[in-house]
Design a protein around this ligand. Structure first.
Ligand code: ATP
Length: 254
């Protein structure tokens, strides 16, 4: 499914936080969203997920404007993994992931063994199957993050939005989650602070002070001059002698 933003603008108490964002992500692409702290990545993801309403502009799923759809219909196509999502309920890991099936359940279509299988697969994919019966509040930060991703996977979305999904993960789980989402045959938008990891995306967009200032192929977008201008760092680009891929090393510009 294609996801587009047309002239998206968002403000809080008169302060513009997103300004005229135009973006199209083609079906099946993995789009990396990068930018300094406070540049608007989370704000954009929440608008793309239909959680906040734009002051101007619109979001389209294929040709369907998001604002014409009910939240349940949006949740049947779009899943968002937020940076900070918490619950105080006494709820198990398996129950959290089962919530991903909610948009599809009705009186005529109650929980079935197919839903059990989808939840089990989602837990397996994030390496949390062995903790299905653990209480949520006993989990570590990284384990919680993997469960949130599993809940979104259980939603079987056509578009998956992930807000810094690897920030609490150890390196093995960072790599396996990124590999997992890249291989999903769906449209993925993922905000990342690790610019070397962002290089693995099909396309990249750079946010700066509420604007999408550049987008395109990673090597065209994340140039040394862009990194100096937008992130305030000097960058050395090195060719990895093992696989020939480019690796960035950063040095403070001040
Ligand atoms: N509800 C709100 N009220 C006031 N300001 C807000 C609100 N939500 C976000 N902001 C501000 O909007 C700006 C963009 O925030 P946002 O969370 O979208 O940035 P980000 O790029 O995701 O940042 P980070 O990399 O730190 O996660 C920030 O300056 C933030 O303080």
């Amino acid at each position: 499914m294609r996801l587009s933003a047309e002239g998206l603008t968002w403000a809080v108490h008169g302060t513009p936080l997103l300004v005229d964002v135009n973006l199209t992500i083609e079906p099946g692409q993995t789009f990396g969203l990068v930018g300094p702290n406070g540049s608007g990545k989370t704000s954009l993801l929440r608008l793309l997920a239909g959680l906040n309403k734009p002051k101007a502009g619109r979001v389209l799923m294929d040709s369907q404007p998001l604002h014409t759809l009910k939240q349940r219909a949006i949740a049947q196509s779009i899943a968002l993994v937020e940076q900070q999502a918490d619950t105080t309920d006494r709820i198990t890991v398996g129950q959290v992931v089962s919530l991903g099936r909610t948009p599809f359940l009705t009186a005529l279509r109650p929980w079935s063994s197919n839903d059990d299988a989808i939840v089990a697969k989602a837990l397996f994919d994030v390496d949390m199957a062995h903790m299905a019966d653990r209480l949520w509040h006993t989990l570590s930060g990284g384990e919680r993050q993997r469960v949130h991703i599993a809940r979104a996977l259980a939603q079987q979305p056509k578009i998956l939005l992930l807000d810094e999904p690897t920030n609490h993960l150890d390196i093995r789980h960072q790599l396996s989650i990124l590999e997992l989402v890249r291989q999903l045959p769906i449209t993925v938008i993922i905000s990342l602070h690790d610019l070397n990891q962002a290089m693995e995306c099909d396309r990249i967009g750079v946010m700066d002070r509420g604007r999408l200032i550049d987008s395109g192929h990673p090597e065209d977008v994340l140039t040394a001059s862009r990194l100096q201008q937008t992130f305030g760092v000097y960058t050395h680009v090195i060719d990895d002698p093992v696989d020939g891929k480019q690796v960035m090393r950063f040095r403070s510009a001040v």
